[in-house]
Ligand binder design. Structure first.
Ligand code: SF4
Ligand code: MG
Length: 337
């Protein structure tokens, strides 16, 4: 399979300044050395609790920030070090769908104007050709053409997200980061928007990075899933492999909290309750970032950061339980935690 997106050792640290001289006194390590590929045409789900760095990671991959370190290749082109001018030329290829469409839809512009804005910015199409393209996009996302001259406030949350999606599609992107695209919507509308994203993926051959804290939704839409904790990807695998055979204790805990619709199974699910809070990303623990909350923590975990490695074909994990050699004798250690 061809990787459309290749991310290596990506870091996004936000400086913290303090004192009278506003010197840098530290950094929030929102994303702290993550690596993954996204294959052409697939959906990579990114899960984790709020504050784990998922959204920052998505924005960094699209270079909405100047990144601190690392490499990002889109279709073989390095964009990690690109300046704004070059990035502008890459923008049509890579777009973002935001959690809150409200926030990114200008209330003083008509729907047609909003959807056409990226076309205007990049000097693509004008006059009738532009209007035809707007109609085509409205059709694709299931918006009635008759609403083209209305303003965003006249629409429901679900319809506004459709406007945001149409706008993201305007320049024929290949890669879209969807950041919690349904979290702000009524539950009854969520499935419609997810189905729409899936339909558009097939129709236009799109590649998605789908960020969500909703593990059931990610299980539905993702081909592969990466789990983030405190700025790092701690596990990544094919969807079924990850949900059925998680290797990382944090993933196990997340999975055990997913509601099970079948009451017979639900009765047997062992919930893993994590103690304590997520540590501050400006002061992560020594050794493994999860060591302060891990039910399976060992001595080595508090000293040494576990290496992110391929424990099974296509299944990556950063945990000393799965270091070569340690696995056999330590797997059950502390599991009663
Ligand atoms: Fe837990 Fe240690 Fe694995 Fe970290 S390295 S997840 S503390 S067992
Ligand atoms: Mg977030």
């Amino acid at each position: 399979r061809k990787a459309l997106v290749e991310v290596r050792d990506l870091k996004m640290h936000f400086p913290i300044s303090g004192g009278l001289l506003r010197r840098q006194v530290g950094a929030v390590k929102a994303v702290d050395g993550v690596s993954f590929d996204i294959f052409e045409g697939e959906t990579l789900g990114i899960v984790g609790e709020s504050g784990c760095g998922k959204s920052t990671c998505g924005r960094a991959v699209l270079r909405l920030y100047d990144i601190t370190e690392g490499s990002i290749k889109i279709d073989g082109t390095e964009i990690g070090t690109m300046g704004q001018g070059q990035l502008r030329r890459m923008r049509p290829k890579m777009q973002m769908v935001f959690q809150d469409p409200q926030a990114c839809l200008n209330p003083r512009m008509t729907v047609a104007g909003i959807i056409a804005e990226p076309l205007d910015e990049h000097g693509k199409l004008s006059g009738k050709a532009k209007l035809d393209r707007v109609y085509e996009l409205m059709d694709a996302v299931g918006l009635n053409r008759n609403f083209a001259n209305r303003y965003p406030h006249a629409f429901s949350g679900g319809q506004r997200q459709r406007i945001g999606i149409a706008r993201a599609l305007a320049l024929n992107p290949r890669f879209i980061v969807c950041d919690e695209p349904i979290a702000a919507l009524d539950v009854s509308i969520q499935a419609q928007v997810v189905n729409l994203l899936e339909k558009l993926q097939d129709e236009f051959g799109l590649t998605y990075m789908f960020i969500s804290h909703d593990l059931s939704m990610v299980k539905h839409i993702a081909d592969r899933v990466a789990v983030m904790y405190l700025g790092k990807v701690v596990e990544l695998a094919e969807r079924d492999e990850l949900y059925e055979r998680p290797l990382h204790p944090y993933t196990e805990a997340l999975m055990s909290a997913v509601p099970e619709p079948d009451p017979a199974i639900e009765a047997k699910v062992e919930r893993i309750i994590l103690r304590g809070d997520v540590p501050s990303p400006s002061n992560p623990p020594k050794g493994c970032n999860f060591s302060t909350r891990c039910p399976k923590v060992m001595d080595i975990c508090r000293k040494l950061d576990p290496e992110y490695r391929e424990a099974r074909p296509g299944h990556f994990v950063a945990c000393h339980l799965h270091d070569a050699g340690i696995m056999d004798n330590q797997t059950n250690a502390g599991s009663a935690g």
